[in-house]
Design a binder for this molecule. Structure first.
Ligand code: TGC
Ligand code: FAD
Length: 394
């Protein structure tokens, strides 16, 4: 397939750009141009081949997309959450897998090392992760424990100056290429602890997961621990319990709320252009009411989600956002994106199922994004519990 150009024009129906600062525009523009130049021309081919474009790791590091909210002294960007959201929006406009690479690295690997780690751990890992010299992954989900990580079986046993780790994690983004893994395991008292593993530790392997129809340009794998000796110096000292991993998920879910609207914006823009150009029955199909209904609903939902995300970004930057507010935004954006991708695919008719356009790839990607970082149902139950006070999980 020949390299392609990217005609994307960003929708901004309510002049929401006026809510952004000049620094926000510059950050968004630099990531947008990166996606146009380095991602859009190649990503479809990588997705068709189910191959991870490993060169993006260094590129994303150079661009500042890894850990943008981490302080600069550790290699992060020291930026606010709107900046982070805009980066994730632009990356996922290119492909959800590219955004996944960045959100795992920043929110699920750098954030716990920064927030729960000691100074030695911060200095050793954060600058290398920020620059893209090292790639990281996050192991919470297990073969039999997905939505309910509190029942995890992976565990550690005290052995003097180290612990012995046994168990397995499944569905782990970045795993096959990662040098570092933040892994969650129970200690002998059943308390969840965070550990930093490095590739090469004896008994630690990362088999690749094959056969995905979704997120094909993202590398997914397992983490297998067979009597791995982990030095106690690699345990994250400043957190215990499930709030450790769940606290990381709050940051990553925020990025997904912005990211999936990026994918939706790409599908809308593609469908709008196609509807104006494609002629049937002597008229552009965009002149028919049925297609206008789809397009009008798309821009309405995108605009509502942009506003929700912006407000959430302000609350996050002020340290006032609740995890439940983040759940609402993640759930809303995934649903909006899923519907928009499907409608855009229909507007493109037969062309919608080809790799000539990005919509089918986005549509398939969203099927993962609506499931990972807490399924659609789990986020609904989080909202339900928040407003009623009743726990409907158990
Ligand atoms: P629960 O008793 O509710 O909570 C345990 C402790 O954690 C605290 N907490 C949170 N803290 C920060 N952020 C959040 N979002 C939090 N949610 C809960 C809570 O206050 C409590 O603290 P404490 O001090 O009292 O101990 O826990 P539960 O076992 O009842 O579970 C609740 C539930 C179901 C909502 C939770 O387990 C959940 O969110 N499940 C979904 C699992 C999930 O999201 N897995 C994601 C795996 S990682 C991934 O998918 C990465 S994909 C990345 C990519 O490629 O982009
Ligand atoms: P299950 O928990 O088995 O859920 C199955 C169904 O049951 C869902 O519809 C769910 O909503 C429903 N359900 C579950 N509990 C309830 C309930 N109480 N009430 C009502 N309905 C319920 N995990 C990581 O740790 N790190 C990663 O990097 C990572 N990357 C991923 C990448 C991809 C491509 C995918 C697909 C997943 C990834 N995951 C990762 C795992 C992901 O977080 C889990 O798939 C997700 O949390 C759901 O777990 P599960 O697949 O075991 O589904």
């Amino acid at each position: 397939m020949a390299a392609r150009t990217d005609p994307f024009q960003s929708p901004d129906y309510y002049q929401l750009d006026e809510l952004l600062t000049e620094e926000h525009w510059l950050i968004r523009e630099s990531v947008r141009q990166y996606v146009k130049k380095e991602i859009s021309p190649i990503i479809e081919d990588y997705a068709q081949r189910a191959e991870f474009p490993v060169q993006i790791v260094k590129q994303l590091g150079d661009l500042g997309c890894f850990g943008p909210t981490i302080p600069e002294q550790y290699g992060g960007g020291g930026l606010d959450y709107i900046s982070y959201g805009l980066m994730m929006q632009e990356l996922e406009r290119g492909d959800s897998g590219v955004r996944s690479t960045a959100s795992v690295q920043g929110s699920l690997v750098m954030f716990p090392i920064y927030q729960y780690g000691n100074e030695e751990q911060r200095k050793k890992y954060l600058p290398r992760l920020a620059s893209g010299e090292w790639l990281g992954c996050f192991g919470l989900t297990e073969p039999n424990h997905g939505s309910d990580p509190s029942s995890m079986l992976t565990h550690i046993k005290d052995a003097g100056d180290h612990v012995i780790l046994n168990g397995a994690k499944m569905w782990i983004s970045n795993a096959p290429f990662a040098q570092v893994a933040v892994v969650w395991a129970k200690d002998e008292e059943g308390i969840v602890r965070g550990l930093i593993l490095e590739r090469g530790m004896e008994g630690f392997s990362t088999p690749t997961t094959h056969g995905k129809w979704s997120l094909r340009a993202s590398a997914t794998g397992e983490l297998v621990f067979d009597n791995v000796k982990v030095p106690k110096a690699n345990i994250l000292p400043n957190v215990q319990g499930l709030k450790g991993p769940l606290g990381c998920l709050t940051k990553a879910r925020f990025g997904i709320a912005w990211g999936t609207i990026g994918a939706a914006m790409d599908c809308y823009d593609t469908a709008l252009r196609y509807a104006k150009e494609r002629v049937q029955f002597d008229k552009p199909i965009g002149a028919f009411q049925l297609q206008q209904k789809k397009l009008a609903e798309m821009i309405t939902e995108i605009t509502k989600a942009q506003l929700l995300n912006w407000r959430l970004g302000v609350l996050m930057s002020e340290g006032r956002a609740t995890p439940q507010q983040v759940s609402m935004a993640k759930r809303n954006s995934c649903e909006v994106a899923q519907q928009i991708c499907r409608d855009a695919r229909q507007i493109l008719g037969g062309m919608g199922i080809t790799g000539e356009y990005s919509v089918m790839r986005h549509m398939m990607n969203i099927e993962s994004v609506i499931t990972y970082e807490g399924t659609h149902d789990i986020h609904l139950l989080i909202t339900g519990m928040d407003i009623t006070g009743f726990n409907a999980f158990k």
